[in-house]
Structure formats: C-alpha cells, structure tokens
Design a protein around this ligand. Structure first.
Ligand code: PEP
Ligand code: MG
Length: 536
C-alpha cells in the first residue's frame, strides 16, 4: 500500500479503481495557409459550433448541478465571443498566414498565461477556462470529440488537471472521486466537485502507473491509498458507510423550509470568509449568507484591495446567491487579525484597541472604498451592510452618513446600486445595553457571540489557558442575547446570531424560544440545524 496526501476539496470517502484520465489534447501543428479569409470563416464556424455545444452542456448542467453552477458554461460561451480573444485569433491567421487550429491554440495559451499571472485569485483561476474553450474550438476544427468519456465502470479519476466542461460531461453515476495534480480550490471544477458531492483532492503527485489499481480517497484527511491493505480497506469501508447514512438523512432536508412544527420561520444562513466559500453555502442549501467576513479580502492581499477587486468579489457572491440575502460585514481588522500594510503599531491590549469600526471611522478613505464597492455590487443581488464592534449610536450614524455620501456620489455618476439594509454586530456589552437606541438606527442586529462572550466574561478568546473558565453558556451571555432580541424587536429590527454559539445545537431550541429570527453558521451546520428546527 502506498499513501499520498493532497488538499481536500470535498469531504467524503471513495473506494474504487483508478482511471488515469488523458486529455484529448494533441500537439497542434503550424501549417501555412493560402486563403486567410477562408481560414477565418472556418474558425468562426467552429466557434458557432462550440457555442451550440456549450448551450447543450449548460442545459445538462442545470439539471445536474443547478443554474448557478451551470453558469460557467454561459460564461464560456461569452468568452468565446470576447472581442480581444477573437481579434487576436483573426489577426494571427491574417498576418502570419497560419491555420486556425494553431491560431486558436496559441491565443488560448497566451490568454491563459495572462490570467494565470494575475494576482487576484478569481482571475488566475480563469486560466483553466480559457484553455478549456480554446481546446474545444481546436477539437471542432480538427474533427475530434471534446473530452469527458470515462467508460462504463465507476472510477476514481486521476488527472493532471480537469476542465469544468470535462467534469460535467462525465457521467455522474460513474464518478467516485477526483484526484488531480494541479487545480485550485477556487476553480470551477472544484466548485462543481463540491456541488456534486464528490470527494476530491488536489495537489497530489499523481502517476500514470496507477491506472486500473484499486484506491481509496479519504476527503476528510486528504489521503489517497493506492492498493490499500485489508485493514485500511475495512476501516475505510466502515467510514464510508457511516458517512453515507449521515448524509442520506441530511440530504432529505435540502429544499425544505426552516420552519418549526408550530409554523415559526427561521432564516438559516451561512458564514463565509470569501468568494470560494459560496459553493459550500449552496451545497448545504443555506437560505442566505449571514456573515461575509470581508477582512479576509484584506488578509489575503499584500496591499489594500482596491475598489474594483472588492466590487468583483461582492458582486460574484451576490450573483451566485441569486437574490438570496448576503450580509457583508465591513472591515473587522485589528486584534487577532493583523495586516502589515495597515501599520497599526504595537498596542498593550489589541482586543480592546484600534480595530474594526474604529479604524474605518478614522481612516475613512479605506472605509469609503469598501462602501463604494459594496453599494455598486448591491445592484447585482440582495446585499446588506453590517458594521462590527459598535459601542455607540454616534458610530452608527457616522457610518450611515458615509453611506449616504457615497450614494450621492454614485447618483451623480449615474451608477446603479440596490436597496441595502444596514445593520450592526452586537458584540460588546455596551451595544447590548443600548440596543433599544441602536435599534432605531438600523434594520437588523447580528449577535457576535465570540466577542460578546470575551468582553462580557473578560476572557481573552485567544488565550488557551483560560479554556476552563470559558463558559459559552454563561447566563450573562444568554441574558444579553435575550435582551438584544427584545430590544431589536421593539423597533422592527430582525435579530440573528452569527458567532459560533449560533451553531451550538444544544441551544438551537433556546434561541428560537427567545425569539431569534436568524442563525448564521458554518455551511456544514446548516442541514443538521435545519433538522432540529423542523423537529421543534
Ligand atoms: C463574533 O465576534 O462572534 C463574530 C462573529 O466575529 P469574529 O468571530 O469574526 O470576531
Ligand atoms: Mg467579532
């Protein structure tokens, strides 16, 4: 038995034979042509055929993985007709008198490299898409089928990389798992794997010699066992069976309402740290996103992310959520989330220091850039803006005034924005105590129990030595939650919990009895909590 490890894209166990997947790729040769116009026509006809193929694939994918995930094929069709891409190919055929196959393959390589070099994770992940569409056109031009055929037996697919179109064309019933050498967790193929609920590993040193061998993929640990011994095989078979039973039960809850037996409807949302987490939200059927920790965009950058990069991220999330609510928390940097380029300096008590809204209201250019990106993105979905670490009414009024200022700017420029709800995190005892006044200013409250517990109990949430003193169910915290809910409701605010306590299943019933309107939890907790709500 040989053991390898990679990065897991989706949890689960797969046991089966390996199929080493060879791409339909073949070296494209450069051929001198006589009639450039005829060659351009041949290229344009092939593009039309490729678009028809992609439309058919889109229809297939809508049925299998839903509209949002199928959208990649619409994007591919659009990329094929991109002016820069088409002009580059036509130009190459005309000026270099080369065959269409060569012009398409070369342009595909050039564009793909250009995307791969981009720092933005989303754009660099598009390199595979450009390669994919170019290969499709080359295959049509040379009379070959595009990939996707995997035979009749269920298999674990091992490949260097997989394009989204190859993934979706594969017969789902025959797919046990994916193992690839390359690929990023933000690629559409990874998104599709998650949505299809197929265990997948990336970054594995694969070998062609594995073809036909028995293997086990453990998506929980990221392990791959080639020719597993009896003991491993037995353990993995048991784990797989356990997994299957648990999932089967929960899957039945997909598409079901989050409603108690006496008819109380709860908004069951999910927490995310970035664009790449949305697939998991959709796979777990959350009704919205209750906390998008936007500071991760800053933590992942070497410098302040500009308005355009932020706009793209928020817009992508809003579009993928297709009209469901997306609550974006504005920058919550400082304390344990330090970024060098903010140059925050040394503080004796960073958790009580210069952080979150305190930075935003004093370094307003940074804040305004984020608010502008958020408002612009709000034209593409139901975005709500949430302010962290609030302790006073004045802070909320200042933040709202900045939003008004930016709305005016956008109006003057004729830039569209949506009707955004504005809310605050309730994560300081001060906010709880003045929650009645705060409720008059905002549309919603979201209780950040992680910080609320630390500030209420005076227990540093980072200090492991204090674990035995840390009581997540402390009556002080529970009473504060109750008080926040009551005060919020007095003035028409909806009230949710987005801290970790929201996913504490021993408290779900208590929160609902207290009158909570929303619970926002890690995606994998959505279906287990739905189960509790529906049985209440
Ligand atoms: C919280 O404090 O409960 C919260 C959700 O915010 P974070 O964990 O990001 O501080
Ligand atoms: Mg917090």
């Amino acid at each position: 038995m040989d053991t390898y490890t990679g990065k897991s894209i989706f949890k689960g166990i797969a046991i089966g034979k390996i199929l080493f997947y060879q791409k339909g790729e073949q070296a494209v040769t450069r051929v001198k042509i006589q009639d450039a116009q005829a060659e351009i026509k041949r290229y344009e006809d092939a593009t039309q055929q490729a678009i028809e193929q992609l439309n058919a694939l889109y229809e297939k994918a809508v049925k299998e993985v839903g509209e949002v995930n199928a959208a990649v094929f619409e994007v591919h069709a659009m990329m094929l007709e991109d002016d820069d891409y088409m002009d580059s190919i036509r130009n190459m055929i005309e000026t270099q008198q080369v065959n269409a196959e060569f012009a398409v393959a070369t342009t595909g390589d050039n564009f793909s490299k250009m995307f791969a070099d981009m720092e933005d994770e989303y754009f660099s992940a598009r390199a595979a898409d450009v390669k994919d569409i170019s290969e499709r056109v080359v295959n049509i031009l040379s009379g070959k089928e595009s990939g996707g055929s995997i035979g009749d037996e269920p298999v674990i697919i091992v490949a260097d990389d997989l394009a989204p179109s190859e993934t979706v064309q594969m017969d789902k019933d025959k797919l046990l798992a994916f193992v690839t050498r390359y690929g990023s967790s933000n690629s559409h193929t990874a998104i599709l794997a998650r949505t299809m609920n197929i265990p997948a590993l990336i970054g594995v040193e694969i070998s062609e010699e594995w073809n036909g061998k028995l293997a086990v993929v453990d998506g929980y640990t990221g392990s791959l066992y080639i020719e597993p011994n009896e003991e491993t095989l037995a353990a993995m078979t048991a784990k797989q069976e356990e997994d299957r039973k648990a999932r089967e039960l929960l899957q039945k809850l997909k598409g079901k309402e989050d409603v108690t037996t006496d008819g109380r409807k709860i908004r069951l949302y999910a927490n995310i740290g970035g664009v790449k987490d949305v697939a998991n939200v959709l796979a777990n059927d959350a009704a919205g996103i209750g906390l998008f920790r936007s500071e991760f965009l800053y933590l992942e950058s070497e410098d302040y992310p500009n308005e355009e990069a932020q706009f793209q991220a928020y817009k992508t999330v809003a579009e993928n959520m297709a009209g469901k609510k997306v609550v974006v928390r504005t920058l919550d940097i400082g304390a344990d989330k330090q970024v060098d380029y903010f140059d925050l300096g040394h503080e004796e008590n960073p958790a009580l220091g210069y952080r979150a809204i305190r930075i935003c209201l004093t370094r307003t250019e940074i804040f305004k850039t984020q608010l502008r990106a958020l408002l612009r993105a709000s034209a593409y979905g139901d975005i709500a803006i949430m302010y962290p670490m609030i302790i006073s009414v004045k802070e909320v009024q200042q933040a709202k005034a900045l939003v008004e200022e930016i709305k005016q700017e956008l109006d003057e420029k004729g830039i569209a924005y949506g009707n955004v709800e504005q809310g605050i995190m309730i994560e300081t005892p001060a906010a709880v105590m003045i929650s009645e006044e705060l409720a008059k200013e905002v549309d919603f409250f979201s209780i950040g129990t992680n910080d609320l517990t630390q500030y209420t109990l005076a227990i540093d949430r980072q200090n492991m030595k204090l674990d035995t003193f840390y009581d997540a169910h402390h009556p002080a915290v529970l009473r504060m939650i109750q008080m926040t809910i009551e005060n919020g409701h007095k003035h028409g605010c909806w009230v949710g919990i987005c801290g970790e306590l929201g996913a504490d299943m021993t408290l779900t019933k208590t929160f609902i009895e207290m009158g909570i309107d929303e619970l926002s939890v890690s995606p994998s907790f959505v279906l287990p909590i739905r189960k509790i709500i529906r049985e209440m």
